[in-house]
Design a protein around this ligand. Structure first.
Ligand code: URA
Length: 247
């Protein structure tokens, strides 16, 4: 059982401080009866709560796929730059959202925004071996030594050791795909730096077995469907064929 005002503020973008007013205005109905007290206890699984006649759907957690554009930071708060949370539309917004993992400010692509700390931990932990696929544009051409260097567990310039990763050629020698199962700070950029190269453009295309929805334009979000959520944690074997549609 849960307080009505808490239910409204966690399931919608309405802050707790405003729920009192909305209830007073008679805009909330519980199983067809007009609610009058935010402190009333409801059962989120069983009771039907409506706001202005529209049911408030109960979701214990929410999972949002964002196609992050450049210029946004992956944090909940930043004094200087806009954060990815500012791109979440009110219909999907709720308290406790955070980006699960960080893409750099100039990196684009798939960011998971959720309020489910447990899933985020599983997805980010190197022990979970959840692969993440990146598309990279390079300053210099890659060479035939790159796949084995990525696979052998590269040592970065500061001595940090990476887990084995995968390198796949792109459609020309200045494009490549990289698959990592960990997320060290600036990792893809630092791996190419260790090889004397430089990443000029970076986009995350897939997390686990879930690809970034090609219909999402930069800056757009959509809710991840229930049947897709497990895919976020699934091991996925990338090969040249599975990447060919991205080339
Ligand atoms: N690796 C990087 O260097 N930057 C990112 O944003 C993600 C992975």
């Amino acid at each position: 059982m849960e307080r009505l005002d808490k239910f409204i503020s966690t399931q919608t973008s309405i802050p707790r401080s405003e729920t009192k007013k909305i209830i007073k205005q008679g805009r909330i109905k519980i199983n067809g009866r007009t609610a009058s007290d935010g402190g009333e206890k409801i059962d989120p699984e069983k009771d039907e709560i409506k706001l202005d006649g529209n049911p408030i759907e109960y979701r214990r957690h929410i999972y949002i796929m964002l196609n992050k554009p450049k210029g946004y930071v992956c944090s909940t708060r930043d004094g200087l730059s806009p954060t990815v949370l500012e791109l979440v539309p009110p219909a999907l917004s709720r308290k406790g959202l955070f980006p699960a993992g960080r893409l750099d400010k100039d990196t684009e692509g798939f960011v998971l925004i959720t309020d489910d700390g447990e899933l985020a931990h599983k997805m980010l932990s190197p022990k979970g071996h959840v692969p993440k696929l990146y598309f990279c544009t390079l300053r210099d051409e890659w060479d035939e030594s790159y796949p084995s260097k990525f696979a052998s567990g590269m040592v970065l310039e500061d001595g940090e050791k990476c887990l084995p990763a995968q390198f796949f050629p792109g459609k020309d020698k200045k494009e490549a795909f990289v698959v990592l199962s960990e997320g060290m700070f600036h990792q893809v950029k630092r791996m190419f730096e260790a090889l004397g190269n430089k990443v000029l453009g970076l986009k995350r295309l897939q997390i686990g077995a879930l690809p970034l929805d090609p219909d999402l334009k930069p800056g757009e979000c959509r809710e991840i469907l229930h049947k897709e959520i497990d895919k976020l944690l699934e091991y996925f074997v990338f090969n040249c064929d599975s990447l060919s549609k991205n080339r």
